[in-house]
Each structure stands twice: as structure tokens, then as C-alpha cells.
Design a protein around this ligand. Structure first.
Ligand SMILES: [Zn+2]
Length: 403
């Protein structure tokens, strides 16, 4: 697999890039104050970063200028490899344009989630957009399954999530076909990176993000870095056991958070207990709850209680400044958050982590894609201080629920 090389930077360059990545656009005076570098050094470094296209310098009033990180890194192809298929977004940093492929088709046929079909589909994108061919700077794959960091394949115990990928080393496989740098990462870590870079967790040093939708996942930022643990598996909050008598989870345990509050779990509970005959989705459940359906409201409150127990335990271990809840379930809003908050009070979280704030994540169904951009740029030692509009996908689910 081709690996991304970090661009060598002097200490002062690195300090300025890190500051701009974490704190957004700054004046040169504030950069000097925050980094402790002299105004002359800051000026020299900014001029050199400007010449290499890493920062833009814009006048904000008669005297001051604002410095921000920018990227003209060519084209990034982001892929989310999930148990129900895959989605692809192309980020063209030169044309400042994003193209999304949500239900990829080749001709009339929906693409199956197999290595062969993914390569065929990506080849078609390159063929149909021939001007992209030599400009793909890299590919990031967000995988909705735990990864074995040694082999780059999906963990063997979870392979039934995506059986077609078997023991294939995903990054090597894609890199062999396209000969560009490929990064593979767990989707929840990418979502956390997006929230930390541009979303709810901006400017925090210790931050936890939990995503609740078709599955439950999470990511941890400790002391300003994504914490992956010894084997990349840290933050698997979906597999925190909440109810030892609960349903068997695909991980082999019982009563994991994911087996209780994932979309499938909530739909199953509603169907079993309330004889809902029609097909129903998490989005329907949230909409019904907002319209006053008592059973759906109860379901969401109970999910909130269970997430609350998990958060209380997580917070007692990591004492983060902030925990954000994302994913489709977070759109249930007050109903969900109030029940989480009640459990945190009941568990006396105040005693351990008095200043913790619980917030809704900013990016509902786009966090993984945006996280892939953040990850890729940080690997190239670049960044974007403020998320430009062209990179943001219109959030269809959000619009439907809040229309
Ligand atoms: Zn589990």
C-alpha cells in the first residue's frame, strides 16, 4: 500500500499549521501571541506557507489580515464501506466541487458491495470524468466494521457484516488498482475527527463523539489527538454492555448498547411489542414521536436512558470536556437528550466530571465523509480552517425531520 508522506515542517511552521487547524483563521498578531513566536518569524513563515499554497492571507480591515489554512490538494475520493453497500463522494479541491454517488449504479444495475464491484465502479468514475484520471491525490475508505490494524482487513469476528470482503486487506486491494495513497479507517473515528475539526468538538482537547444510527459507534480525542488504543479498537462504545440479559450482539456479547439502540433494535422492539405491521425506519420512529406517538416517544426515552448509562461510564473513565451525540437518532432532539441528561444526574456525573457538556453533533449523516477529508488533509500536513460550503452535503434526513 502506498503510504502518505508527511511534509517536513520546521517547528515554527508546524506550530502555526496546528494552531490554524485547531483554532480556525487567525490574524498574524494572534498567531504570534498564541505560539509565542516573534511577529517577524510569524510573518516569514506565513509568506512561505502562502507561496506553497498551504494558507490564504486575506485583508479583514485596513490594517489586519486573516490567515487561514486552505487546500489545493487535487481530488480526494472518499468511500464509506457499509454493511448495506457503499457510497462515494469526490472532493475536487481545485474546482471546489463535490460529487456524491449515494446508490452507485453501473448501467442499470445497483452496485453490490463486493471488492470487484467497488473497483469496477471507481474505474467508471475515472472513465466518465477522464480529466480526473491523473489528479486523484488519494482515497480514504471509512469502514463500518472493526478493522484489524495488522492485516488491514475486517476483524474476523465481524466479517458477517460484510462477507464479500473476507480477509482482504482493503487498503492494499484498492491501492493496487489505483496506485494512489489509500487510507482506511473505522467510520466512527472519521465521524469523530469531523466533529472535532469543524463541528461540535472544535477547540476541545478531550472530546468524545458517539454516533447512533444503524449501529452505535464512537471515537475518542485525548489531549488533542484521536486515541485508538493498542490495536485501533478503542472507542467501540456500541459494545459496552448495558443489559447482561439483553439480546445477543454480533460481537458475541449480550445486551451491548448497539444491540439495544441501533435502528434495527428499535424497529424490532416496536414491531414485537406493538404489532406494527408496516415497514418502519428509525426516521419514521422519530417523526412519529415528534407527532406525539406515545409508544415511539417511550422507545426513544428508553434508548436515551441506555445511552445515558453508557455515557456515564465513558465519562468516568475519560473525563472529557464534551460529549457529542450524532447519527440519525440524535435528531430526536429534546426527547432523547433529556433522558440522557436525567441518567447523568442520577449517576452523579457532576461529582466526577462537573464541567462536561453534552451536545448534539453538528454533522448528522455526513460526518464520516467530512472526517475522511479532515484525515486526509492532516496526513498531508494540510488543513482547512473553515469548512467551505461546497464541501457540505445538503442534509436530507435533517431537512425531512425538521421541515
Ligand atoms: Zn456487541
Amino acid at each position: 500500500m502506498v503510504s502518505l508522506n508527511r511534509v517536513g515542517k520546521t517547528g515554527s511552521q508546524q506550530a502555526i499549521i496546528d494552531l490554524l487547524r485547531i483554532s480556525g483563521p487567525q490574524t498574524q498578531a494572534s498567531i504570534a501571541r498564541s505560539t509565542g513566536l516573534s511577529p517577524a518569524t510569524v510573518n516569514n513563515v506565513i509568506q512561505s506557507l502562502k507561496e506553497t499554497g498551504i494558507v490564504d492571507v486575506n485583508k479583514i480591515n485596513g490594517r489586519d489580515t486573516s490567515v487561514s489554512l486552505v487546500s489545493r490538494t487535487g481530488i480526494l475520493v472518499s468511500i464509506i464501506l457499509g454493511h448495506n453497500g457503499f457510497t462515494v463522494s469526490i472532493f475536487d479541491f481545485v474546482k471546489q466541487k463535490r460529487i456524491n454517488f449515494e446508490n452507485p449504479c453501473i448501467g442499470e444495475s445497483l452496485v453490490r458491495n463486493t471488492p470487484h464491484d467497488l473497483v469496477k465502479f471507481l474505474n467508471n468514475i475515472v472513465k466518465d470524468n477522464i480529466h480526473y484520471e491523473n489528479k486523484i491525490s488519494g482515497i480514504v475508505v471509512g469502514v463500518q466494521a472493526p478493522l484489524n490494524t495488522t492485516t488491514g482487513a475486517i476483524q474476523s469476528w465481524a466479517i458477517n457484516r460484510m462477507p464479500a470482503w473476507g480477509d482482504i486487506s482493503i487498503g492494499n486491494f484498492i491501492s493496487d488498482h489505483f496506485n494512489v495513497p489509500v487510507i482506511i479507517e473505522n467510520d466512527a473515528n472519521l465521524a469523530t475527527l469531523a466533529e472535532w475539526t469543524w463541528g461540535a468538538g472544535v477547540k476541545t482537547d478531550n472530546f468524545i463523539n458517539i454516533t447512533c444510527s444503524s449501529q452505535v459507534g464512537g471515537g475518542i480525542v485525548l489531549s488533542g489527538r484521536i486515541f485508538k488504543g493498542s490495536n485501533g479498537m478503542a472507542g467501540e462504545f456500541g459494545h459496552i454492555v448495558i443489559d447482561q440479559e439483553g439480546p445477543i450482539c454480533f460481537c458475541g456479547s449480550r445486551g451491548c448498547l448497539s444491540s439495544l439502540v441501533s435502528e434495527r433494535a428499535l424497529v424490532r422492539k416496536l414491531k414485537l411489542d406493538n404489532h406494527y405491521q408496516n415497514e418502519i425506519s428509525l426516521q419514521d420512529i422519530i417523526l412519529l414521536a415528534k407527532k406525539g406517538d406515545a409508544a415511539c416517544q417511550r422507545l426513544i426515552r428508553e434508548a436515551g436512558n441506555q445511552i445515558g448509562f453508557a455515557i456515564a461510564n465513558i465519562a468516568k473513565i475519560f473525563a472529557p470536556e464534551m460529549i457529542s451525540i450524532g447519527g440519525e437518532l440524535s435528531l430526536a432532539g429534546e426527547l432523547l437528550f433529556q433522558s440522557i441528561q436525567n441518567i447523568l444526574i442520577e449517576q452523579n456525573l457532576e461529582a466526577v466530571s462537573p464541567s462536561i457538556s453534552l451536545v448534539a453533533a453538528k454533522f448528522v449523516d455526513d460526518a464520516v465523509m467530512l472526517g475522511s477529508v479532515a484525515y486526509f488533509l492532516s496526513e498531508k500536513n494540510q488543513g482547512i480552517s473553515e469548512l467551505p460550503m461546497w464541501m457540505i452535503k445538503q442534509d436530507k434526513i435533517y431537512n425531512q425531520i425538521y421541515a
